[in-house]
Design a protein around this ligand. Structure first.
Ligand code: C5P
Length: 218
């Protein structure tokens, strides 16, 4: 049998990253934060002065990306960019360049390389639909936009960034809309995904729901 994957997809700030990490810890599996690859590409585009409107130039940056991951920290050419890729300007550019088919194509192999034994928990927008369509468990994690904006606001403030709730809300709606309406790998639940609404669930409760789905499969 192939190495199992739990795919966790959903809109911005639905808690996918935290949930994926916790589920991976519980199972002793590896974890893929696919959004980080789009953010890293965006950061590299900004730093190299590449024109974000030039799809093939951006795809080239994505293909050449020199990245590594160590215990949740992210490195670009050996430099720690864990904080830098979380900035809103980077997230916004990531969401724009993620609409390019050539960029998605350039990042595909890199994402699939994370599938190593004993298993992988992968979070993003298209884990269950495009990158790991054969994943035995697909979760589509949703939460209402206000709940997500509040969480993101808190998260940013904890990391020492300034944050404004109504601005975040607006940004989040825009980004969701862009992710849902794009032609390439739009944000959509796979037909066989379990929809989990975390609006009124704690992190622990959400992790328990995901692990419950997994143990009912094995
Ligand atoms: O999940 P995160 O917010 O870090 O992702 C940054 C951006 O990358 C998202 O707004 C989305 O447009 C894009 N993305 C994507 N496909 C993925 C993961 C992220 O298009 N699998």
């Amino acid at each position: 049998a192939r190495i199992p994957v739990i795919a966790i997809d959903g809109p911005t700030a639905s808690g996918k990253g935290t949930i994926a990490m916790r589920v991976a810890q519980a199972l002793g599996w590896s974890v893929l934060d696919s959004g980080a690859l789009y953010r890293l590409t965006a950061l590299a585009v900004l730093e190299q002065g590449v024109d974000p409107a030039d799809e093939s130039a951006v795809a080239e940056v994505a293909g050449r990306l020199d990245v590594s991951f160590h215990n949740g920290d992210v490195f670009l050419r050996g430099r720690d960019v864990t904080q830098a890729i979380r900035e809103e300007r980077v997230g916004n550019l990531a969401s724009r360049i993620a609409a390019y088919g050539a960029v998605r194509e350039a990042l595909l192999g890199r994402q699939r390389a994370f599938r190593v034994a004993p298993g992988l928990v992968a979070d993003g927008r298209d884990m269950g639909t495009v990158v790991f369509p054969d994943a035995p468990l697909k979760i589509f994690l949703v939460a209402d936009v206000e709940a997500r904006a509040k969480r993101r606001c808190k998260q940013l403030k904890e990391k020492g960034f300034s944050a404004n709730l109504s601005g975040l809300l607006e940004d989040m709606r825009l980004r969701d809309e862009r992710d849902r309406s794009r032609a390439n790998a739009p944000l959509v639940a796979a037909p066989d995904a379990k929809i989990v609404d975390s609006s009124n669930l704690s992190i622990d409760e959400t992790v328990a729901v995901v692990l419950g789905h997994w143990s009912s499969l094995v």
